[in-house]
Design a protein around this ligand. Structure first.
Ligand SMILES: [Zn+2]
Length: 356
C-alpha cells in the first residue's frame, strides 16, 4: 500500500527537478520550514525523483517508484526521532529493526503521522547506522538517498564524538552516489557545524487549496474523523498552511493542558501563581514533557493570533505573535542544557508582560 501523495509545493518540486536534471542538486540538503508542511514527504518525493528508473521521473509506475511510495526501497534510508531503546548501547541491527517496525507502522497509517514527542530523539546508534549505510553500494539502483527528519533532534551524547564527526564528514563529502536530506522546523536548534555543511532550501506553507485537497482525501478524512468532527473549512483554518499539524499525538492533550496552565498563570496578577506554574515544569529530567508543553503553547498562541486577526483586533494579534516569539526563544533554550523551571519562570514573566 503506498503512502498518500505530497500536497502542494509544486514550484519547489519543479525547481528541485530542474536541478536534478542539470546535475546541480547539492549532495547535502536541509529542508527548513514550519512543522506540518510536509518537509519529510517532500524529501521522500525527491528520493523518488532521484531513484526512479522510468522515462519520466518520478514516474510513479516503475518498481523503484513503487518501492519508494511503499517505503520499502532498499536505497532509501529514512530516520526520524524515536524513543530511546531499552538497551543503552544498541547495535546496528537493533536500530534497523526499530526503524523497520516504526516505518511499517507509518505505511500502515498511509504515511500519516504526528509530530514526535519531546522525549524522542535521533540517537548516536542511529547516526552510526547512517554512516555505515552511506559507505555501502546501492542495492537496487545507482543511487542512495538518506533522509533525516527533525534533524535538530540528533542528540549529542557523551562518547559520541566519533559518530558525530563521521556524520559531519559524510554531510561535507557524501559518496558520489548519495544524497542526504535533513529536515527541520527548528533550524535554530540545529548545530552550526551541521548547518554550515548543508544547502538550505526554504519550504513554504501549503496554500489552502492544497490543504483542502489533503483534508478531503478519504484516507486523511478517516484519520481526522477518529479524532474530531471538525468541518473541512474549520480544518483548513486550523491547519493554517501546515496540514500535518492536524495529525495530533494521543498524549498531546496533556501537553495542551500544561500549555493552558502557563497562559493562565501568565495572565494572572498573582505572582505566587507564576512561581507555582514554573515549578510545575520539573527539573532537567522532565525535559521531554516540557518540550511538548512548549510545542502546545506555540499552537495555542498561534490560534490566539488567528482568532484576533479574524476579529480584526490588531493589538491582541500583535501581542499573541510576540508571545509566540518568546516561546520560540524558550524552545531554543530548552534544547540546550537549561533547567525547564528556569526557562518557564522567564517565559511566564515575558508572557505576562505581552499578554495582559
Ligand atoms: Zn519511476
Amino acid at each position: 500500500m503506498p503512502i498518500i501523495d505530497l500536497y502542494g509545493h509544486e514550484l519547489l518540486r519543479q525547481r528541485l527537478s530542474e536541478s536534478v536534471d542539470a546535475g546541480t542538486l547539492p549532495s547535502s540538503l536541509l529542508f527548513q520550514g514550519q512543522r506540518g508542511i510536509g518537509k519529510q514527504r517532500l524529501a521522500i518525493w525527491l528520493a523518488e525523483r532521484l531513484l526512479c528508473a522510468g522515462e519520466n521521473p518520478a514516474c510513479g509506475k516503475c518498481t523503484a517508484c513503487r518501492y519508494v511510495r511503499e517505503l520499502t526501497h532498499p536505497d532509501l534510508h529514512w530516520v526520524y526521532p524515536r524513543p530511546r531503546l531499552k538497551d543503552p548501547d544498541p547495535d546496528i541491527d537493533q536500530v534497523r529493526e526499530d526503524y523497520a517496525e516504526a516505518t511499517a507502522e507509518r505505511v500502515e497509517n498511509s504515511g500519516l503521522y504526528a509530530a514526535p514527542s519531546g522525549s524522542e530523539g535521533i540517537f548516536v546508534a542511529t547516526v552510526r547506522s547512517l554512516v555505515l549505510r552511506a559507505a555501502m553500494s546501492p542495492a537496487m539502483g545507482r543511487r542512495k538517498v538518506i533522509i533525516v527528519g527533525d534533524a535538530e533532534r540528533m542528540v549529542p551524547q557523551e562518547g559520541a564524538d566519533m559518530a558525530a564527526n563521521a556524520f559531519l564528514k559524510l554531510l561535507e563529502e557524501p559518496p558520489a552516489d548519495t544524497t542526504i536530506i535533513l529536515t527541520s522546523s527548528e533550524p535554530g536548534a540545529l548545530l552550526p557545524t551541521i548547518k554550515s555543511r548543508v544547502a538550505t532550501v526554504r519550504v513554504p506553507l501549503v496554500p489552502d487549496s492544497a490543504v483542502r485537497a489533503f483534508v478531503e482525501n478519504p484516507v486523511v478524512r478517516k484519520a481526522l474523523d477518529s479524532d474530531s468532527r471538525a468541518s473541512t473549512n474549520e480544518r483548513i483554518r486550523l491547519a493554517a498552511g501546515a496540514p500535518g499539524r492536524l495529525l495530533t499525538r494521543r498524549d498531546s492533550a496533556k501537553a495542551t493542558i500544561g500549555a493552558r496552565k502557563i497562559i493562565d498563570a501568565a495572565t494572572s496578577p498573582r505572582r505566587a501563581v507564576h512561581y507555582s506554574a514554573a515549578l510545575a515544569q520539573g527539573s532537567a529530567g522532565a525535559r521531554g514533557a516540557f518540550t511538548d508543553t512548549l510545542e502546545a503553547l506555540v499552537d495555542l498562541l498561534g490560534e490566539r493570533t488567528r482568532e484576533a486577526l479574524l476579529r480584526k483586533d490588531d493589538i491582541a494579534a500583535a501581542a499573541a505573535s510576540k508571545a509566540v516569539d518568546a516561546v520560540l526563544r524558550a524552545q531554543t533554550q530548552a534544547s540546550g542544557n537549561v533547567n525547564p523551571q528556569a526557562i518557564a519562570a522567564k517565559l511566564i514573566r515575558e508572557l505576562s508582560s505581552t499578554l495582559k
